[in-house]
Design a protein around this ligand. Structure first.
Ligand SMILES: [Zn+2]
Length: 139
């Protein structure tokens, strides 16, 4: 009889700009991206200065979450026992309609059913006070 407790997924503890990103997503319950206060361009991952106009003023604002699969990988192994029950799972890079790319866990499809360019919706799933999983959902 196996009496071991099910493993929990590791939850990162973000710091600095990454913490600001996760806190914005958690507060809104939506995917939020860093947005330049000067030119309005969204960027991800968060950076101190805008790559377009080079100013350091920024905020975080909700985005549509709509995008297309830019790249993906099927994971058949994991070093985090918390993910074992979900193997094989897909990690996808999504190019958002707003421009930036985000990385998340693709849900709702089996490996082989997803394709590059497929439209998806990115949402966030709270994990504690300071971290949100990035979830990629088929539409
Ligand atoms: Zn800018």
């Amino acid at each position: 009889m196996n009496t071991a407790k099910p493993a929990r997924k590791y939850v990162p503890q973000p710091e600095g700009l990454n913490l600001e990103f996760h806190q914005a997503c958690l507060a809104a319950g939506l995917l939020c991206l860093q947005q330049c206060s000067g030119c309005g361009q969204f960027r991800h991952p968060p950076r101190w200065y805008c790559p377009s106009c080079h100013i350091g003023n920024y905020g975080f604002a909700p985005v549509s979450g709509i995008g297309r699969i830019y790249s993906m990988a099927v994971n058949h192994f994991t070093v985090d026992r918390g993910w074992v029950d979900e193997l094989p799972y897909i990690t996808a890079v999504v190019e958002l309609d707003e421009g930036p790319r985000v990385v998340g866990s693709l849900r709702g499809v089996q490996p082989g059913e997803a394709s590059l360019g497929q439209q998806v919706h990115v949402s966030v799933e709270p994990r504690g006070e300071e971290f949100a999983y990035i979830c990629v959902n088929t539409v």
